[in-house]
Design a protein around this ligand. Structure first.
Ligand code: GLC
Length: 475
C-alpha cells in the first residue's frame, strides 16, 4: 500500500513532542513491512531542514480569503530516514523558526488557523498532481483534521474523496477551534456541510476530523476510553464515532533509542547494567549539581499543566522537607512561571535540585541513560513515549496512572511490575511515590532486577505498525 502521512511534526526534521517521534518512526516501520509510506510536513525554518538536501518537485497556488499564496513541495534527497519526507514551503506562514511557538516571545503564533488551512490545501493540491495517488491519507491531530472534510465536501478536492482518510488523535486537549467569522478563508465547501465543521458554535478541526474520517485511532487503548468519559466537550461525539475507532499503543523507534549504539550518550550499554547507569550518572554530574550517592529522579518534557509539571515544585519540596533523600533534575521549556519556580528551587535546594530550561534532544538521551527514575505526573497522557524510552535505558518510571501510562506501567508491588504508579493527581500522592522510589533504590539487587526486566521489554514499532496496516486494509 501507498500511505501518505500528513502532520505538523516529524522527527528529526521538526519535533515539539511525541507527535514528531511517532510521525518520524511509524512510516519507517510501514516501509520495512513492505509498504510505501511518505510524510508531508510544513517547511519550518528549523536547523535540520535548512542543513539537509532537498529537491523541488512541485509548485502551486493556494487561496486564503482574498489572496493567493505560492506554495512549493520539496523532497528530501538524503537516505537517512527510511521513508520519503516531503516539505511544504509556504512563505509568510511557515518560514519561521518555531513550530507552534515563537521562540523569542514564548507565545504561540496567532495565525495558527490560517497556517494550517493553507498547509492542508497545499497537501491536497499536491496529491491531485500525483499520477500515482496514495491508497490512504493518514492525518494526525487537529492541524490536519480538516483534510477528511475537504476531500468530501469541497468541490475543488472531491476527486480525492475515494481515498480513505485515517485520523489519529495524539492529543485531544488541542482542538484548533476558531470562530465562524473565519469560515470565508476555508476553500469553497457545500453549504449543507456546515454542521460537520461545527462543534459547540465554533469551527472545530479536531471534532471535524473525528466526524469525517473513515477510521479514527487514538495512541493508546486506555486513552480512547478516557476520551469517552472526558474530552473537553467531545465526549458525546467520541461515543457516537466509537464503532469506527480503535486505540493503538505507540511503539518506540528502537533504532534511535538503543542503549547499545546511541551516539547521544557518552557510555553505551555493554552487558553490565549498574556500570552503564553509574558511568552515565557520572557524566550528568559534570553538567548538573546532584549527589553521586543518592537516587536521581528526572523530569523531561514540556513544562505545562497537561504533563503535571506544576505538581513538581510542591511535591519535591514536601519530599525533601520530610527528610527524603534524592536529587532531582528538570529538563524542558514551557510555562514561564514554572520556569521561575524551578530556577528558584535550584538555589534553594542546592545539590538536591537542578534544572536546564531548554528543549535539548541530546541531553534528554543522556538523562535517560544516567537517571534512576523518570517522573511523569501527567494530568493527561494519550500514550507517553518517555516511559518507554526510560524502560529501554534501565530507568524506572514514576507515573500517574492515566491514559497510555496506565496501559504500560505496572506498579512494582504487582507481578511483573516495572515502575511506580500513583492515582490521585496531588502533591501528597506524588511526594509519597518519591518515598517509594527511594525505598526501591536502596535495595540494589531488586533495583538491578527491575532495570534488567525493563530493558528487556519490547515496545518496538513492528506490532503497532501491523495494527495500522490492518486498519488501512480494512477501509
Ligand atoms: C502527544 C501525547 C503523548 C503521545 C504523543 C505521540 O504528544 O501527549 O502522550 O505519546 O502525542 O502519540
Amino acid at each position: 500500500m501507498n500511505i501518505l502521512h500528513i502532520a505538523a511534526e516529524c522527527y528529526p526534521a521538526a519535533k515539539a513532542g511525541g507527535l514528531g517521534d511517532v510521525v518520524g518512526a511509524l512510516p519507517k516501520y510501514l516501509n520495512q513491512a513492505g509498504h510505501k509510506a511518505a510524510v508531508l510536513i510544513p517547511g519550518y525554518r528549523q536547523k535540520w531542514i535548512i542543513n539537509q538536501p532537498f529537491e523541488h518537485i512541485w509548485s502551486g497556488l493556494v487561496r486564503l480569503g482574498d489572496i493567493k499564496i505560492p506554495v512549493h513541495i520539496r523532497r528530501h534527497t538524503g537516505d537517512s530516514l527510511g521513508f520519503e519526507l516531503l516539505i511544504a514551503d509556504i512563505p509568510g506562514l511557515f518560514d519561521r523558526e518555531g513550530i507552534y511557538t515563537d521562540p523569542q516571545s514564548g507565545f504561540g503564533y496567532s495565525d495558527e488557523t490560517e497556517r494550517y488551512i493553507v498547509f492542508q490545501q497545499c497537501a491536497l493540491q499536491y496529491i491531485q498532481s500525483l499520477d500515482q495517488k496514495p491508497n490512504v491519507i493518514h492525518c494526525h491531530d487537529h492541524h490536519t483534521g480538516l483534510i477528511p472534510f475537504m476531500v468530501k465536501h469541497c468541490p475543488e478536492f472531491r476527486n480525492l474523496s475515494h481515498i480513505p482518510a485515517i485520523f489519529t488523535i495524539h492529543n485531544g486537549v488541542y482542538h484548533g477551534s476558531f470562530g465562524w467569522s473565519k469560515a470565508w478563508i476555508l476553500p469553497w465547501y457545500d453549504a449543507d456541510a456546515n454542521g460537520l465543521l461545527d462543534w459547540a458554535g465554533n469551527i472545530n478541526p479536531l471534532a471535524c476530523g473525528i466526524k469525517c474520517c473513515w477510521k479514527l485511532t487514538t495512541v493508546s487503548p486506555g486513552y480512547l476510553l478516557e476520551l469517552l468519559a472526558s474530552s473537553n466537550g467531545l465526549e458525546w461525539l467520541i461515543r457516537n464515532e466509537l464503532p469506527k475507532s480503535q486505540g493503538i499503543l505507540n511503539g518506540i523507534d528502537t533504532q534511535v533509542w538503543d542503549p547499545e549504539s546511541d551516539p547521544l550518550i557518552e557510555n553505551r550499554f555493554y552487558n553490565d547494567i549498574s556500570r552503564f547507569k553509574s558511568d552515565n550518572k557520572a557524566v550528568l554530574r559534570k553538567r548538573f549539581d546532584i549527589h553521586a550517592d543518592q537516587p536521581l529522579i528526572t523530569f523531561i518534557g514540556r513544562l505545562v499543566a497537561e504533563k503535571g509539571a506544576d505538581l513538581l515544585p510542591d511535591a519535591i519540596a514536601k519530599f525533601l522537607h520530610e527528610g527524603g533523600k534524592a536529587s532531582f533534575v528538570v529538563l524542558g521549556t514551557g510555562d514561564p512561571n514554572l520556569k521561575d519556580a524551578f530556577l528558584t528551587m535550584k538555589h534553594h535546594f542546592t545539590s538536591w535540585f537542578d534544572t536546564s530550561i531548554e528543549y535539548n534532544e541530546a541531553l534528554s538521551h543522556q538523562l535517560y541513560a544516567g537517571s534512576d527514575f523518570l517522573v511523569m505526573p501527567s494530568r493527561v497522557e494519550p500514550c507517553g513515549l518517555n516511559q518507554l524510552y526510560a524502560f529501554r535505558y534501565g530507568t524506572i518510571p514514576i507515573v500517574r496512572a492515566t491514559g497510555g501510562l496506565a496501559d504500560t506501567v505496572t506498579d512494582v508491588s504487582q507481578p511483573n511490575g516495572n515502575g511506580i504508579r500513583f492515582d490521585h493527581f496531588s502533591v501528597d500522592a506524588l511526594a509519597a511515590s518519591f518515598h517509594r522510589a527511594t525505598a526501591v533504590y536502596h535495595h540494589p539487587e531488586a533495583m538491578n532486577q527491575l532495570r534488567a526486566h525493563n530493558m528487556s521489554l519490547d515496545y518496538s514499532w513492528e506490532k503497532a505498525a501491523n495494527s495500522y496496516i490492518h486498519i488501512y486494509q480494512s477501509t
